[in-house]
Every structure is written in structure tokens, then in C-alpha cells.
Design a binder for this molecule. Sequence first.
Ligand code: FAD
Ligand code: MG
Ligand code: MG
Ligand code: MG
Ligand code: MG
Length: 576
Amino acid sequence: GFYYGYRSYKNYKWYQEITESDEVIGSKPRIVVLGSGWGAVPLLKHLDSKKYEVVCVSPRNYFLMTPLLPSVSVGTVETRTVIESIRSLVGPRVKYVEADCVDIDPKSKTITCNSDGANPVSRGDDVKAIVKSSKREGGASSRIIKDSARSRPQFQMKYDALVVAIGSENNTFNTPGVEEHAHFLKEVLDARRIRSAISDAFESANTPSQTDEERKRLLHFVVVGGGPTGVEFAAELADLVREDLHHYFPRLVANDVKITLIEALDHVLSMMDKQISDYTEKHFRRENIEVLMNTFVKEVKQREVVIQFKGSNQLTSIPCSVVVWATGIKARPLTNRIREIIGLKVQSNRMGILTDRYLRVKGVEDGSIFAIGDCATIEQPKLVDQIQTLFEEADTQHRGALDLQQFKLLVERKVAEFPQLDIFSKTIEKTFQEADKDKSGFLTLAALHLALEKADRKIRALPATAQVASQEGRYVADLLNQIPNLSANDYQQHDLKPFRYKHMGSLAYVGSDSAVLDFTGTRPILDLFNLQPLSGRSAAYLWKSFYFTEMFTGRTKTLLAFDWIRTHLYGRDISR
Ligand code: FAD
Ligand code: MG
Ligand code: MG
Ligand code: MG
Ligand code: MG
């Protein structure tokens, strides 16, 4: 009763909204959003559809809960739990078209879209991916259904404002063999393929005639990249082996299974606090995960990876079967295309599309294009580039020097524009005294320069995380909802605040029911928990669901709860 009641209530609401918006079609400005991921969804959810006609274009008609992907790759969590139909997430008030955007014309404000595009997540490439995986796995899933009935012409679409939220691609650093022989862990298909490959490795190793050497190779799993994704995957894999496979393949697990994590730097999780890296490395050693630091992968072959230790020019080959590549991200072709169209002189950042602090793409004069998430980088102006103006503005009495009060005011007034000044806000007097070398009580231009240089060194691009993307998406929605109309693009005049990121801490699941948290730079109350490994995988999920509340729908939570109970009672499903 409740269920049907709820369903019809939801439909009733949607029905109302549709009829209402149909009447005014064409009279509202159209906002086109590219993508259906972490940046796009909060934006789509919060954009005012009474004010705008909202259209989402993405080759993927679902949202993917990436933080749970490592769990999917070993079967702790089921595939359907981590994806949510874009239509059910945002409702029919947002129009959705399944296609790749392939080109943009900022002059005529038109995008060109292709449904058979070259994007790795488009359906066309899924087919190729299945062919590839079936070759690797010995043809177990070689049946491919050709979509011959499908007919989707290329089309163009006008926009009044465009938001680019197309995410990023895996970076292979041009290492030979990665595309062909390693697994990525970015899309749901990747996770399914990894799961199947692990199962395949165990079944092959279990074949009676297998040689010792070949069995050891088959059961050697290599993870490349010691960031959160690589670490979490290695941890989940170790759990799978210890908790489940160990029952079914006791001899293989006792004698032959090996997990190796390879990291080019001298620490895993190097973006987190040093103590967290240390904890993780120690924990992994206890878990029998071998961690090779300062090690580069030079090539991936079908049955081995070729590595090189830092400072040595000798290549070592290690036999293995499944290789998971999680070394980082790079810009998508469309991201680079957009940078080229606008001009590489303005768009000089190779990591992504450069935006101002309102997340508007630099070099688009009318401010009609926004970019958020992994594909975008916010320009952070340097203080020292504007030192003269800053100094003169602060030196109200034209003394050619600033006193403490004037320096304080400078920091207070400019911190919104130059967030790097934040490092001074608590230590302003100390900073002043340090900069005032001759103890005159005044800062000269040169002394100010030295002090501000220190702040500039703190400039860091925001990390490519779901936390950042979703906050940016929400921000652009609020911004567009607030402005009187799309041509009112002098935001300062309208008293609109630039984007500011609030870091809510980071978490990584490190296996055998523990997770490491890094709350550095967050609210002091949270510092109480700082570096306390929470126990329980439940705690890890809880934390993730805590900071991603909005994306964890009731449905996801229900499915997750069931996955959990199932895994707890019956173990993971280890068939492919
Ligand atoms: P995405 O979420 O990747 O969305 C991009 C969207 O654009 C997709 O829907 C895609 O289909 C679509 N698209 C692609 N090309 C086109 C095109 N040409 N035209 C139109 N649409 C297109 N972050 C955290 O903060 N915490 C975590 O615990 C965490 N864990 C992670 C675990 C894994 C395994 C991975 C891979 C990532 C994880 N991240 C995590 C990072 C996080 O997923 C990304 O930073 C986030 O997805 C970025 O959001 P986005 O919207 O920029 O891109
Ligand atoms: Mg997105
Ligand atoms: Mg996503
Ligand atoms: Mg992404
Ligand atoms: Mg970004």
C-alpha cells in the first residue's frame, strides 16, 4: 500500500510539473548540461526548471556512484546498487538525451552531438570493450548482440547557457600495453570485467594440469597506482581472498595468491596526511599486500608487467594475470577541443578547461559557458602579479609602507578574491612581525612581496574528486537560479559570491574492516577523530554516505543494506 501510494504521489507531482513546463516551452532560456556524473547531477537536481528549460546530454543514462566501484569489482556490492537512472534521479522536468557531445560553437551557441561517438562510455564502445574482455577471458562472453535496429542521427542543439561536466579519462602516461592488457576502474563495465577476470584466474589456476609456475602467475594480481582507487581495490581484493576464496580454494590461497601494489612515489595515498600513508603501508604489509614504492611500470604485456625501480636502469619483469591500472586521469578529447576552440592562449592549462572563480570558462566573453568537475580547473590569481595595486590600495596614507592595521585590512578584504591568504588569517600578527625584518613597524613593498609570495606558494588546484565536482555543480545551480537573467553577467555587481570549496575530509577503505580518515583542514571538532581508523566496513560506507548524502538515494541505501547482509551471511558471489 505504502509503495503504490508513494509511486503515484511521485507520478502526480511529476505530471503536474510536466504539464506546467510544456505550456511555456520555448519561452524559457535553455540550459544544456553535458554529463550525468558527480558534477552534473546536483546541478540538474537544483536548477530551477520554472525559470529555465533544462536539457542533459550524456552518453550514459545513469549516474554512477564511483566511490563504491572498488567494492563492485570484487562482488561485495552488486552492479545495480551503484547506478541510478538519470531520469529517476532528476525527474521528467529535466529533458535527457543519450548522446556524446562532439563539438561546440560558442558563437552560434550550438552543440553538435553524436550517438555513436568515440567516447569510451558510449554504447558503441561498450561493444568493443566486451570483445576485448572476452578475448582476455578466453571467450567466455563472446556473444555480442549487434544493435542493428538502432538509428540515431547526429544532431545539433542550441543553448543559452552551457555547463560542461564531462569528467576525465584514464591516464596511461603512454605506457605501452596498458590499453590492451590492463583493466581500468572507472566505469561500471570495468568493475564487471575485473570481477570476471578474477574468477577466471582462480578457475584457470585450479585446472588439474596447471604447472606450478603458471599457477603462481595466474594468481598474481597487480595494482598500479597508490591513490585512493588503487588502495581501495587492493584492499577489497585482499578481503575477497581472505573472507571468501579461502574457503573454496584453500590450497591456492595458502600457497599461490599474491597481490602487489606499485606506486611511483615514495608513499601511497600521498595526497593524504603522512601518518595515513604510514598506517596504510603497515596495514597492507600485515595483509600480505606487497607494496613496491618508487617503482615505475614501463610496459604491460599479456602475462607480465615490466617494472623499473627509481634510480636504476634495469628492467624487471614480473609474471602476473590481472593488472588494474589506476594511476590518474587526463583530459577527454572534447575537453581539449573546447580549449582549442576558445584559444590555447587563454586556455593554457593542460589539465582541463580553465574557469574564473564563478566557474565560467575563461575566454568566452558573454560568460555563457561553465565548466565543473574533473574536466575543469579554477584559475587562481597570484597575489604577487598584482602586488603594486594591492600595495597602493592598502597604503591609504601614501606613506610608502603599511602598518599592522593596514596589512590586516588587506588580508581581510582580499581573502575572498585570493583564497591563499587564508593561511595568514589566524597568524596575522606573527606574519607581520616576520615580514617586518627591520622591526620598524612598517612593511615596505619588498617586504610585502616576500610575505605574499609565501601565500602564493600555497596555491593548489582543487583535487579531482566527487566532493569537489558535486559542490561545484550545486554552486552553479544556485548561481543560475539567483541571477536575474543570463545576460546579467557582472556577478560582482549582483553581489554573487565566487565558488569556495569546503573540504569535508577524505576517506579510504584499507581492508579487513578498517578505513583511514583524513580530516586535516576541516572543522576542529572533527580533528578529535583525526587519524583514528574507524573499524568496520560499515563505518566506511557510513562515512561515504554521510558526505555524499544527496547522491545516496533511498533506493541506493536499501540495495546497499541488502548487499551487505547478503555478503555477511552468505559471502560474496564468486562466479563470474
Ligand atoms: P564524472 O562523474 O566522470 O561524469 C562525467 C559524465 O560526463 C559522465 O556521465 C559521462 O558519461 C559524461 N560524458 C563523457 N563524455 C561526454 C561527452 N562528450 N558529452 C556528454 N557527456 C559526456 N571522489 C571522491 O570524492 N571520493 C571517493 O571516494 C571517490 N572514489 C572514486 C573511486 C573510483 C573508482 C573512481 C574512478 C573515482 C572516485 N572518485 C572519488 C572521483 C570522482 O568519481 C570524480 O572526481 C567525479 O566523478 C568527477 O565528477 P565529474 O562530474 O567531473 O565527472
Ligand atoms: Mg558530471
Ligand atoms: Mg560519476
Ligand atoms: Mg570522472
Ligand atoms: Mg576540477
